[in-house]
Design a protein around this ligand. Structure first.
Ligand code: GGG
Length: 430
């Protein structure tokens, strides 16, 4: 069997995630190489991140045992809790390991109450933000698609509000600049062992007394690459889904200069993409349209902080944060994580929904399969996706957020068992 591995030349290749039509992007060319285990760096992080990661590892073991795929997993302790225990955010050399020895990185969640660096920054940020910035993971891809059978929690009651056929969009959050820029930069510098280069602004005319501030730089380069990514994705969704696609630019260009540049670049790139409808919205009005008319949205591109906020709201359409998965993609690296954080309130109780994490594993399978041209792994991606849908179709157990009382491990185990059955059928005679 021939498997392909990437080598480094400047060609953009776009893959297509089957369930959600998200995009796999790289700056590489495919060249044959021999079959090997995929190298995964696993970063459980804090709180419930550790619990959902245990379910991801359970699923990975099931795929390893019942398919030709194998993984070489390096688990790296990290995060705010680790910092409180050890005085370090992760062991020395972790950034380099993720950069140099990983086909993909899988992250649980980062952040823990009281875990702060001496300068006040979030402890553990080196992991999540240091990797996003240090590995140029500029596209944070957050599909918003509703599984059939998933209820919505509104006013404390679980019922179907939005229709599965009418909720199918991909939100693309710019991941390396904007309001996060100075923190991202500090975290990248820490991760690389470099000295912090603070940005110095002495005063803000008109303001007196104590002032804290965060700059929000948005660059042409950063805007161009994320907007191009969004249009490339729209073309591929158009081809694969067979329906016209739009790209919506969400900003606040009526008031902010960074957003004015973002929208200017959006219009320039839009003019090169005939056949894709374009829409523009201010973030405030967009939040209303998002919940009222999600059927009008296909690909949505947003600056960093607006993307962070709007995707939490969008998760409500897909059943909540327990269902929202994501990929962080760059020219040479990729990191997958649930959108949710470490939920300290629920940590240690084995009650949170592991499906966002399992769906992130599914996205990882699709992405590696595409990059390595591995049809077996692509088939595993299908199996995991089908197992999750079948779990809902057949009324499988669900956690509190979806109206059930199952535990994290109950749900993880049930989906793992479905995968095992499907994998045996698929690979028994192969
Ligand atoms: N799995 C996502 C996670 O850990 N989020 C915590 C966090 O602070 N993330 C930063 C961000 O995405 O803005």
């Amino acid at each position: 069997m021939t498997v392909y591995q990437v080598s480094h030349v400047s060609v953009w290749i776009i893959g297509f995630g089957r369930r959600t039509g998200w995009v796999v992007l790289m700056n590489d060319e495919l060249v044959p190489h021999s079959m090997a285990a995929y190298r995964l760096s696993v970063l459980p992080g804090d709180g419930t991140g550790r619990e959902v990661m245990a379910e991801a590892l359970r699923i990975l073991a099931v795929f390893e045992e019942n398919s030709p795929i194998s993984f070489e997993i390096t688990e790296i302790p990290c995060g705010g809790q680790y910092y409180l225990e050890t005085g370090e955010e992760w062991p020395e050399g972790s950034f380099e390991h993720c950069r140099d020895n990983s086909d993909a990185i899988l992250l649980g969640a980062i952040g823990w109450p009281g875990a702060r660096l001496p300068n006040g920054d979030m402890a553990g940020g080196q992991t999540i933000l240091g990797l996003r910035s240090g590995l140029e993971l500029f596209a944070n891809v957050r599909p918003v698609k509703l599984y059939k059978g998933v209820p919505h929690k509104v006013h404390g009651i679980h019922k179907q509000v939005w229709e599965p056929d009418l909720v199918d969009m991909v939100m693309i959050r710019e991941n390396t600049e904007g309001l996060y820029h100075s923190l991202l930069r500090r975290m990248e510098q820490r991760a690389k062992g470099q000295k912090d280069e603070p940005i110095v602004i002495d005063e803000f005319p008109g303001l007196e007394g104590e002032v804290a501030w965060d700059p929000r730089p948005i660059s042409r380069k950063g805007s161009e690459r994320i907007v191009k990514f969004a249009f490339d994705l729209a073309h591929h969704r158009q081809k694969k889904l067979g329906t016209p696609q739009s790209v919506t630019c969400v900003d606040k260009s009526n008031v902010s200069r960074g957003c004015q540049l973002f929208r200017k670049v959006f219009r320039e790139i839009a003019s090169e993409h005939e056949g894709v409808e374009t829409k523009e919205a201010y973030i405030d009005a967009f939040t209303m349209w998002l919940v009222r008319d999600p059927e009008d949205l296909d690909v949505v591109v947003l600056p960093n902080m607006f993307g962070d906020i709007a995707t939490d709201l969008a998760s409500v359409l897909q059943g909540g944060m327990g269902m929202a998965a994501s990929a962080n993609l760059g020219p040479n690296h990729m990191l997958f994580e649930p959108v949710h954080g470490s939920s300290p309130k629920y940590a240690g109780k084995n009650v949170v929904n592991p499906i966002a994490m399992l769906q992130s594993v599914q996205m990882m399978f699709e992405a590696i399969a595409y990059r390595k041209n591995d049809s077996n792994l692509d088939c595993c991606a299908d199996i995991l996706q089908n197992a999750i849908q079948e779990h809902f179709d057949e009324g499988g157990c669900v956690t509190y957020d979806l109206g059930g009382d199952a535990s994290t491990s109950d749900v993880g185990e049930a989906i793992a068992e479905r995968c095992e059955i499907m994998l045996r059928e698929q690979f028994a005679t192969a």
